[in-house]
Design a protein. Structure first.
Ligand code: NCD
Length: 327
């Protein structure tokens, strides 16, 4: 059984194979009918125990673009409220006949528990401050398409990850994926927002953004995770912004072809200025768009879709009538 739980220890070839498939799905998504029959008859379940806008919708959209059915679980209106355990919730929904589970949970390690109980592939949609592997794949795809074109890695690219690294599952996943693909990663944060121990992490650290700004090819800006205590470890948002915010002035001091990224949700005026968020060099919406293609690649590979089906268009006459177009 193949799961996708972490980028830690992932081989470069494995990451590249997801990205290569995702490149093909970017093309599929650009078609008039952005849908292929690769996973027809399969059902993907999303179990999100934490809030999400883009990740959950992105998995839904990816499953539907592969012609899979989707079911989703909302903890607020579920039997969790009556005391049902995570294990019974997983076994119950699995008994309905699911083929893959995407789980997001505030507890580190929860997707590993789900993978141990379930008899279907499990994808980690984010666990605590630990891992968020599909975010790392979509970020890698976005950088590769911007700097390297299709195929290959991120060799020689200098990426600065800025902000609340301590509470960020995105940073933990990105560091492994970016460095496995050949990039150099610098963490930029106040000491209170760095992990207590980064021994063994394949990174260097910098205490101020201004020191490294002119050398970076990509500035990856993180949200201060107030819900995990991130906002309580510096004096004020104004002070944070003055030293670590991606301001319009700092955008002007970047290399001309450097880019700004953010996993969303962005808090404009804190970690990123509105003018930077809206600038064409900010790739946040490319990241969201690439996220659908990456999740298609993940669902496709974990559910063993057959290669020939990956890009064959759907040929259901009813759909042609409904959208009024031909491929
Ligand atoms: C991130 C997350 O939930 O880990 N968002 C996302 O999935 N795009 C980052 C965040 O919440 O700041």
């Amino acid at each position: 059984m193949r799961h996708l739980l972490t980028t830690e220890g992932m081989a470069r070839a494995e990451i590249e194979s997801y990205l290569d498939d995702a490149d093909e799905f970017v093309d599929v998504l650009a078609r008039p009918i952005p849908k292929v029959p690769a996973l027809r008859g399969k059902t993907v379940a999303t179990l999100f125990f934490e809030p999400s806008t883009r990740t959950k919708m992105s998995f839904d959209k990816a499953a539907k673009a592969l012609s899979a059915d989707t079911v989703s679980f909302s903890p607020g209106t579920s039997s969790l409220k009556k005391g049902e355990s995570l294990k019974d919730t997983v076994l119950t929904i699995e008994a309905m006949g699911l083929d893959l589970i995407v789980v997001r949970h505030e507890a580190t390690g929860a997707p590993w528990r789900v993978a141990a109980w379930a008899s279907v592939p499990v994808v980690n949609g984010g666990d605590g401050a630990h891992q968020h592997p599909t975010q790392a794949l979509l970020d890698s795809l976005t950088l590769r398409r911007r700097f390297g074109g299709r195929r290959g890695g991120l060799d020689g690219l200098r990426i600065g990850i800025v902000g609340d690294i301590r509470h960020s599952r995105v940073a933990r996943s990105d560091i492994h994926a970016f460095t496995a693909l050949g990039a150099d990663v610098t963490l930029v944060a106040p000491p209170t927002l760095l992990p207590l121990d980064t021994t063994g992490w394949p990174v260097v650290t910098a205490g101020t953004l201004d020191d490294v700004l002119p050398e970076l090819d990509a500035v990856y800006v993180l949200r201060v995770q107030a819900e995990r205590g991130g906002a309580s470890v510096f004096p004020s948002f104004a002070e944070y912004r003055s030293r670590f915010g991606m301001t319009a002035d700092r955008l002007r001091r970047l290399k001309p072809d450097a880019v700004v990224m953010h996993p969303g949700p962005m808090i404009r005026g804190v970690e990123i200025d509105a003018a930077v968020a809206d600038d064409p060099r900010c790739l946040v919406l490319d990241q969201v768009a690439n996220g659908v293609a990456v999740r298609m690649a993940v669902l496709f590979q974990l559910l063993g879709g057959t290669r020939g089906d990956a890009s064959r268009p759907v040929e259901r006459p009813a759909e042609r009538v409904l959208v009024g177009g031909e491929q």
